[in-house]
Design a protein around this ligand. Structure first.
Ligand SMILES: [Mn+2]
Length: 360
């Protein structure tokens, strides 16, 4: 899953000179200049030769699989040319898969708060652009490599942004290939996982380049490591929510429902719903839980003559946010928008909310 960094509209103080004002005094934000190259090889060579042996390089990322893998590849590209490379992340790493990736592939990460950024003379931003996050905005970058839509109001000497690519991991795989640098097993596994998560296993839009990179890396990765990373999505402390879900399960016709109660993170509801969607003869799965001041409902169905997204909108749209696809949907409703009895929200409440709509 592509974790989009927090967008902010605040002006970039350090890089304001990249903008100018129009005749009405309105600030016009200018897009960064993207250098064109004759070949991939020339582009990759320009990137690595811009680093010198005294350089101390800080790579900044919003740590998701694509960014972690790409940062690791960037480090591989320049580590023998410079005196130091540190990868710093601005977010908390919460998803257990990402923690597993970091640990199993030994990706050296530090929190941005723990590094003295002023000790680094070169800065690289990967899988993000400066306006994506206030923490990114405080620096001038020497290199920005990303695949999100191009933003404005900043500039860097080397900018490579390819919104058509499914993953930045593919861009880095191309850099390495064109420089004839063979990625290690750990790096290949990281890059494959980066491509798989950002393209949602090629279900989302991507290019033929993503597929070719995948094919190239596939021979070099370790599939046991990859499998362990992909499979590690439950914390031991979250097993108790499975028990609660099993206790609460109600089945009406081909519909399975359970309210799990308060959860520390709605991701566990998704895992439980996906698991229960494997049950034979069940057409619909509804798993709800309370997260902060919201009711979160995860909906699954087989998508055959069913539309989870439409149902979610019909039932929960008037109460809060609801949306999704034919087989998968999600609703998030402020609890204050639902009239609750003294027992609060229960599986029975969920059943009542849904039955009204199924009767129609
Ligand atoms: Mn990405």
């Amino acid at each position: 899953m592509k974790t989009m960094p927090v967008k902010t509209e605040s002006p970039n103080k350090n890089q304001k000179e990249e903008n100018h004002t129009d005749k009405n005094g309105q600030e016009v934000k200018v897009a960064p200049k993207i250098t064109r190259f004759k070949s991939n090889r020339e582009r990759a060579r320009t990137l690595v030769t811009s680093f010198k042996k005294d350089d101390r390089v800080l790579i900044l990322i919003w740590a998701d699989p694509d960014a972690m893998a790409s940062a690791l590849a960037m480090k591989r590209l320049i580590r023998h040319r410079v005196s130091e490379v540190t990868i710093a992340h601005v977010n908390e790493i919460r998803r257990v898969n990402n923690v597993a990736m970091m640990q199993l592939l030994k990706i050296p990460l530090v929190k941005l708060r723990q590094v003295k950024a002023s000790e680094y003379n070169k800065k690289i931003l990967i899988d993000s652009q400066p306006p994506h996050n206030p923490d990114f905005m405080q620096f001038q970058y020497d290199v920005v490599v990303d695949h999100h839509p191009l933003t404005t109001g900043w500039a860097a000497p080397f900018v490579d942004i390819r919104p058509e690519y499914g993953a930045v991991s593919s861009i880095f795989t191309e850099y390495m290939r064109s420089l004839k640098i063979k990625p290690s097993v750990a790096l290949s596994t990281a890059l494959i996982y980066g491509i798989k998560t950002d393209t949602n296993n090629f279900e989302k839009e991507c290019t033929i380049q993503d597929v070719l990179c995948f094919q190239y890396l596939f021979k070099r990765m370790n599939r046991h490591l990859l499998h362990k990373i992909e499979a590690s999505d439950i914390r031991r402390s979250e097993l108790k929510y499975f028990r609660k879900a099993f206790e609460e399960i109600r089945v009406r016709k081909n519909r399975l429902l359970a309210h799990v109660g308060r959860v520390p993170n709605p991701d566990i509801l998704v895992i439980i719903a996906d698991f229960l969607n494997h049950v034979h003869d069940i057409g619909w799965v509804f798993i709800s839980g309370e997260y902060r001041d919201r009711l979160v409902v995860i909906i699954r169905c087989d998508g055959y003559r069913k539309d989870a997204g439409k149902l979610a909108q019909r039932v929960f749209g008037p109460l809060g946010f609801a949306g999704g696809h034919r087989e998968k949907a999600r609703a998030e409703v402020p609890l204050e928008n639902i009239s609750l009895g003294p027992q609060g929200f229960t599986t029975r409440t969920l059943l009542r909310l849904l039955e009204r709509h199924f009767r129609k």
